[in-house]
Design a protein around this ligand. Structure first.
Ligand code: MG
Length: 292
C-alpha cells in the first residue's frame, strides 16, 4: 500500500495512492486526524477497515510529507555506505574523520521535526548562513510499533514502512560544529515523500536508490549496500531509547554527494534535486536562494 498525505480544496487528507492510475483515494477520517498523515493510520491500527472515498486524480491534490510533522527529531545514520564514507572523510568537513573513514559503530545524529517539507516544495538557500548546501538521497524507515531493546531478528516487526528523504546538509556548518545538528537542521532541510509505502510493498534488501541534480545522475546505488542494515540500526537506537510509532530513521546516503566531486558541486539557486528509490517513488524539490 502506498499512503500519501495531501491537501485538496483546503482540506487535509491521507489516502491510498494507485500509482498505475495516478489516482488517490482518501480514507474517511476527520481532517484533524488526517493531518498527521501516516501517523493517523499507525494509530488507528487497522487502516484496512477504514472506508475510502472516491479516487481523485493525483494532479488535483497537493502532496504533503507522509509524516508531515514528526513528533520528535528524525534519527539519521551518518556514513552508512562504504564509498560515501570515504568521499566524506576526504572532504575536510568530516568532524568524525579522526575515528576512521568507515565507522565501527553506527553514527546516529538527528534533524529537528520542523525540517520536514513535502515533495514539490522549495528548499531555501540562505547565503548568509551557508555557502555549501548539499543533497543526500536516503531511504527512511517509519516505525509502526513501539519497542525498547529490540533484537535485530525482531526489528522488522517494528517497521511500518518506508519513505524517501533528502538529508540536505550545509557542509560548512557540519564541518564547523562537531555536532551535526545545525548543519542538518536548517529550515526545509528534510524533504520527505512523495509518499510512504508499507513494508510488504517493497524489497528493501535490494532496492535501487538514485539522485539526480537537474537530470544529471549523481548518486546510483542500492539499499542492500548499507554498512549497518536496518535491523542493526533499530537494535542500536532502541537499546536504551524506546522507539515510538511514527519515528522516522534516515538510513544514510550513498556516494555521489556534492562534496564527493573536485571541486565540490554545491546546490545553487534553481537546481532541482530528484531522489528515486525503486518500489517507493520519486521525491523532487527545487532549491532557491532566499532574498537577503
Ligand atoms: Mg545523511
Amino acid at each position: 500500500m502506498k499512503v500519501a498525505a495531501f491537501t485538496i480544496a483546503g482540506e487535509r487528507r491521507v489516502g491510498i495512492v494507485d500509482a498505475s492510475r495516478n489516482t488517490i483515494a482518501a480514507f474517511d477520517l476527520p481532517a484533524e486526524q488526517a493531518a498527521s498523515g501516516v501517523l493517523a493510520l499507525i494509530e488507528h491500527g487497522e487502516p484496512e477497515r477504514i472506508r475510502t472515498l472516491e479516487p481523485v486524480d493525483l494532479a488535483r491534490v497537493t502532496l504533503e510529507a507522509p509524516v508531515p510533522r514528526p513528533r520528535r527529531n528524525i534519527f539519521c545514520i551518518g556514513k552508512n555506505y562504504h564509498e560515501h564514507a570515504h568521499e566524506f572523510a576526504k572532504s575536510g568537513f568530516d568532524s568524525s574523520a579522526a575515528n576512521g573513514a568507515v565507522p565501527g559503530a553506527p553514527i546516529v545524529f538527528s534533524k529537528v521535526p520542523e525540517t520536514v517539507i513535502a515533495t514539490g516544495r522549495v528548499v531555501g538557500i540562505d547565503a548568509r548562513v551557508s555557502a555549501a548546501i548539499d543533497y543526500e538521497a536516503e531511504l527512511a524507515v517509519i516505525i509502526g510499533k513501539a519497542g525498547r531493546a529490540i533484537r535485530p531478528e525482531d526489528a522488522f516487526d517494528h517497521v511500518w514502512g518506508y519513505t524517501i528523504v533528502n538529508d540536505v546538509t550545509a557542509r560548512d556548518l557540519q564541518g564547523r560544529y562537531s555536532q551535526w545538528l545545525i548543519g542538518k537542521s536548517q529550515d526545509g532541510f528534510c524533504p520527505m515523500g512523495p509518499w510512504a509505502v508499507t513494508k510488504d510493498e517493497v524489497d528493501i534488501a535490494s532496492a535501487g536508490i538514485r539522485c539526480f541534480v537537474n537530470g544529471d545522475l549523481r548518486q546510483n546505488s542500492n539499499t542492500g549496500l548499507l554498512i549497518f542494515d536496518i535491523p542493526t540500526i533499530i537494535a542500536t537506537i532502541s537499546a536504551g531509547i524506546t522507539l515510538q510509532p511514527g519515528d522516522v530513521i534516515a538510513t544514510g546516503t550513498p556516494a555521489g554527494v556534492g562534496i564527493g566531486f573536485s571541486p565540490p558541486r554545491y546546490l545553487k539557486t534553481g537546481d532541482v534535486v530528484r531522489v528515486e528509490i525503486d518500489g517507493i517513488g520519486a521525491l523532487e524539490n527545487r532549491f532557491e536562494e532566499i532574498a537577503a
